[in-house]
Design a protein around this ligand. Structure first.
Ligand code: BES
Ligand code: ZN
Ligand code: ZN
Length: 508
């Protein structure tokens, strides 16, 4: 699928379908007013009639399709509601474009033009961002995972060429560069989704590392991969201890990007790359255990973040770290009560082998701290408890740095992803003390399971370095019923957009 920008007006082209965005305006009288611009009289009347008849209320993501309408330069017409004009955001546009894509796919339309003039006015100072949001909504909605199906019938009958028609003079250039950036970013997010969707047997730590190396070819990224012996030699005892229960070798994936002078501190991204988590000796129940192939989504999303930073050529130094292993109950597996020593010398009692994400991240965070970065953020499917706390709408994040928290809120506002700041206080840290070792990997005090996980991680970050932990356990997969540009089932690629935004906004 290709999204291109076309200067001119709708009637210049004769295409299969034209998409028109509509908004509403609150009015003092009872009913909202429909807002549409630049349409022929015939079409304007048609949509107004549907509105008056309560067939189409123009709410966010609502669509209305007219087959064989023969107007506005196309055979068919699709109206897409973006909700109230005063509340219109880039995220409503992104989601609206995804809803449009899905409606067009349902109608098996392949050639499309979208009129953007009606919304360009609203985003006058942010035309580049508008181009990016539109292109993200379309490219992300176009994602499907059919690689392992023998019949890929789903692929053909869907939009193949989408022209964004812009008439506003002087806006075409920034709009086009936004569209291009959106394409690059979405490709990386779709790559992260692929990595997540492959099952555990086809996405082992070795394969994950190989795929990362392949994807980085042709970019300025330098990828290094450590094997089991190197991980042990580097004194990553906590990470190593998780890997011994599996036949599959662990890998530590490092991705370096230099977009700023080398005296500028890097920013660091760490992601949990657990390619299958059955719990180890503290084995999980069978129900939904298959979903634990997604336990590497934090790692996949960090890999995608680094790829996007490189492809967008951001002026920042950045490093990505992905500890990757399986968590299995083989004969050499860590047993509950075993004690391991992390790279910073701290000893850890492993009282539940299913709390393994924090164990592999511990050593990665120590190593990231050694790079003396400006900040570290990590993404991990760390705890089931985050779903109890927040459901699947928001990604919970934990940080004790006010400065970084503010940056995260700004980045998330710009990316459109929903994040929620969670509490992390001394009490949570106290609960992670060990009886026989410095730390225990689980708390015996009930509740706040996600904060306890975060408190454990904090023990491995240099206290001078601003750090934030994102628990994506509830938002990394199966969130399609929430956000139109996410697939119904499978990996979402959550937080890549926010992390890239953090990198974009970072002043080196
Ligand atoms: N990968 C899981 C977290 C998880 C569970 C993600 C369900 C998504 C859905 C993690 O390794 C884990 O098992 N965490 C334990 C921690 C507990 C033992 C303290 C959990 O959440 O139950
Ligand atoms: Zn686990
Ligand atoms: Zn896990």
């Amino acid at each position: 699928m290709k999204v291109e920008v076309q200067r001119g007006s709708l009637n210049d082209a004769k295409t299969e379908a034209t998409v028109i965005f509509t908004t509403t305006k609150s009015s003092k009288s009872e009913k909202n007013q429909l807002q549409v611009k630049g349409l022929s009289k015939k079409t304007a009347e048609k949509v107004q009639q549907a509105f008056d008849d309560n067939i189409f209320a123009s709410t966010q993501g609502e669509t209305l399709f007219f087959r064989d309408a023969d107007s506005e330069g196309a055979k068919h017409l699709l109206f897409v509601g973006l909700g109230n004009l005063e509340k219109l955001t880039l995220e409503s546009v992104r989601r609206g474009c995804a809803s449009a894509f899905k409606a067009l796919k349902n109608q098996k339309v392949q050639k499309v033009q979208i009129s953007v003039d009606s919304i360009v006015d609203h985003f006058k100072k942010h035309v580049e961002e508008l181009g990016q949001a539109i292109s993200e909504g379309l490219y992300l909605a176009n994602y499907s995972f059919t690689e392992l199906k023998t019949k890929k019938k789903d692929k053909e009958l869907r939009p193949q060429t989408i022209s964004l028609v812009i008439g506003t003079a002087g806006q075409e250039k920034p709009f086009s560069s936004g569209v291009e950036a959106g394409e690059k970013l979405s490709e990386c997010i779709n790559f992260a989704r692929d990595l997540g969707n492959y099952p555990g047997n086809l996405m082992t730590p070795t394969i994950l590392a190989n795929e990362t190396q392949k994807a980085a070819k042709g970019t300025a990224l330098k990828v290094s991969v450590w094997d089991k012996a190197r991980i042990k030699k580097e004194k990553m005892g906590s990470f190593y201890g998780v890997s011994t229960g599996s036949d599959q070798e662990p890998r530590f994936i490092l991705m370096e990007y230099k977009g700023a002078p080398s005296n500028k501190k890097p920013i660091c991204f760490v992601g949990k790359g657990l390619t299958f988590d059955c719990g180890g000796i503290s084995i999980k129940p069978s129900a939904q255990m298959e979903e634990m192939k997604f336990d590497m989504c934090g790692g996949a999303n960090v890999i995608a973040t680094m790829l996007a930073i490189a492809k967008l050529k951001l002026k920042v130094n950045a490093i990505g770290f992905v500890p990757s292993t399986e968590n299995m109950p083989g004969p050499s597996a860590t047993k509950p009560g075993d004690i391991h020593t992390a790279r910073n010398g701290k000893t850890i009692e492993v009282n539940n082998t299913d709390a393994e994400g924090r164990l592999i991240l511990a050593d990665a965070l120590v190593y990231a701290s050694e790079q003396k970065p400006a900040f570290i953020v990590d993404a991990a499917t760390l705890t089931g408890a985050i779903k109890i706390a927040l459901g699947d709408t928001h990604t919970g994040f934990f940080s004790r740095s006010e400065g970084l928290t503010e940056k995260i809120q700004q980045a998330a506002k710009a990316s459109g992803e929903w994040v929620w700041e969670m509490p992390l206080v001394d009490e949570h840290h106290k609960d992670m003390k060990g009886v026989y070792a410095d730390l225990s990997n689980i708390s015996y005090v009930g509740g706040a399971g996600s904060a306890k996980g975060a408190a454990f991680l904090a023990e491995f970050v240099d206290s001078e370095i601003p750090w934030a932990h994102f628990d994506i356990a509830a938002t990394a997969w199966h969130v399609g019923n929430r956000v139109a540009y996410h697939p119904d089932k499978g990996a979402s690629g959550v937080m890549v957009k926010t992390f890239v935004e953090l990198a974009k906004q970072h002043k080196s």
